[in-house]
Design a protein around this ligand. Structure first.
Ligand code: ADP
Length: 472
């Protein structure tokens, strides 16, 4: 089967969050199952672009509104990623430093999607399925079916994978003329509450829709940033497939980012050395349990609750634990977390940035990973943490609920809580502090977590089964 993944991110080329990790891993595992998986993303100005060799595979142009845009599809020559990797170059529009966050993001991602379709329209054959990811590519199923120019490829089956339904790519109706001429009888497929809503359009028009965990799909039926009723109507074509971990990247035994490699057979010393490095670098006390947070500093991750929760936990328990924060996001949250540094010198620190290497070192060296998320479609951090013997402290939501069992339950290994509230976080930290005193128990839990199987193999096959179910 030939699969084309269309995405805004792909690790290690361009990463903002979990979307990149999935799109960088899933195709690799689909290839190893004997399929052909290709990935196409916009050509940003990233290090990967300059570090690798490229060949031009297609050139074309199209009209978008009143502009005519030239585009080039380039392919990475050496198959560095383990699958065919393509990038769409549109001068001035896509070739920017950042992935998102520009005023003209709607134009950028609409142009990207049109370029991809223009390219496929020139293939000598058709792929067996197009798997689009999140709202940045969710207009493709609509355009494929209802833009007149793509009639000859309209039957290619499509799957929309939703990594995050909070962001929907809303566009005002005056941008409708960005799309190539389309069947205006179908305007209702573009519309949601009087705006063009690309994610909603994808849900309505893709042949299948999946989220990155089964639990998140169930939650979307009742809480989906305005799309609940749509998920309810379309439930028959919706499902959840849990993300896996790319073991080639996330393996404490081979990870080149960490100070000392370790495995499930012998992790005590390795974890200690990694913790020591973190404590030395960030002025923390090695004798105390180390709680870390890694992620986007936004309300979705409940990062806004952390300053108060951490302060309260220190007030109630004394300075008997360390906290290290790595993240970037909303300036107000960044500031609040950063300013705690002066208050809790010697056992609290932050790194307000995006730092891939440090994130690996933190998964390896920490005792606990905090994830109080309000919304968590799958959550990869807790899977990485467990792989590195770090106990996840999570709110029971979405994929966190699907992957973490509280150590108080039979066969459990994590710390879970119900509410995204300061009090629940404080109590969870308290449980972590108490658990840390029982060295044998901690060791047993670490061992158990490191042996959990979160490999992509099984999930990659589930994607293939999904594609199979929509073959003509
Ligand atoms: P989301 O995609 O919602 O941000 P996920 O848990 O699915 O959350 O994936 C987050 C990914 O991004 C993980 O690989 C995590 O390690 C990484 N990450 C998030 N923030 C940072 C950061 N500041 N520095 C390094 N890696 C980060």
């Amino acid at each position: 089967m030939e699969i084309l993944h269309v995405s805004a991110e792909c690790y290690p080329v361009a990463k903002v969050g979990g979307l990149a990790d999935v799109v960088g891993a899933l195709p690799k595992y689909q290839q190893s199952l004997g399929h052909i998986a290709k990935v196409v993303i916009p050509m940003y100005r990233t290090k990967f672009l300059y570090d690798n060799e490229w060949e031009v595979v297609h050139k074309g142009s199209f009209n978008m509104g009143i502009q005519t845009l030239d585009f080039t599809i380039i392919k990475e020559k050496e198959n560095t990623l383990g699958f065919d990797f393509y990038a769409v170059d549109i001068n001035g529009l896509l070739d920017r430093e950042k992935v998102y966050g520009y005023e003209d993001d709607s134009e950028r991602f609409t142009a990207f999607q049109i370029a991809v379709l223009e390219w496929i329209a020139h293939w000598q054959h058709k792929p067996d399925v197009i798997n689009v990811h999140d709202h940045h590519s969710a207009l493709i199923p609509f355009m494929l079916k209802y833009c007149f120019t793509y009639k000859h490829i309209a039957t290619i089956p499509t799957v929309l994978t939703i990594h995050n339904a909070q962001y929907q790519g809303w566009m005002s109706w005056d941008k409708a003329d960005y799309l190539p001429a389309w069947d205006t009888w179908k305007w209702g497929l573009l519309d949601w509450s009087n705006t063009i809503n690309p994610l909603a359009t994808g849900i309505k028009t893709a042949d299948r829709v999946n989220t990155v965990s089964p639990g998140y799909m169930l939650e979307l039926m009742i809480q989906a940033n305005g799309l609940e009723s749509l998920f309810q109507v379309e439930w028959a074509k919706c499902s959840g497939i849990l993300n896996g971990i790319d073991y080639a990247v996330w393996n404490p035994n081979t990870d080149t980012f960490i100070i000392d490699n370790f495995s499930v057979k012998d992790f005590t010393e390795g974890k200690n050395l990694n913790k020591k490095k973190l404590c030395d670098d960030f002025d923390l006390d090695i004798a105390l349990p180390l709680f870390v947070f890694i992620g986007r500093l936004v309300g979705e991750k409940a990062a806004d609750l952390l300053p108060e929760a951490i302060t309260k936990a220190y007030q109630e328990n004394g300075t008997v634990f360390n906290v290290l924060i790595l993240g970037s996001g909303e300036p107000k949250i960044e500031h609040a977390l950063h300013s705690l540094q002066n208050k809790f010198v010697g056992y609290y620190n932050t790194q307000i940035s995006y730092n891939e290497k440090l994130s690996h070192q933190m998964y390896a060296g920490a005792d606990y990973l905090l994830m109080p998320s309000r919304v968590e479609p799958c959550g990869l951090n807790q899977l990485y943490a467990m792989r590195y013997g770090t106990i996840p402290v999570v709110r029971k939501t979405g994929g966190l609920k699907d992957t973490v069992i509280d150590f108080g339950e039979d066969g459990g290994y994590g710390i879970t809580f119900m509410q995204a509230s300061v009090q629940d976080i404080v109590q969870a930290i308290q449980r972590g502090i108490t658990l840390y005193r029982d060295a044998d128990k901690i060791k047993t839990i670490r061992k158990q977590m490191m042996q959990l199987n979160h490999s992509w193999e099984e999930s990659a096959q589930k994607y293939i089964d999904l594609y199979d179910s929509i073959q003509p």
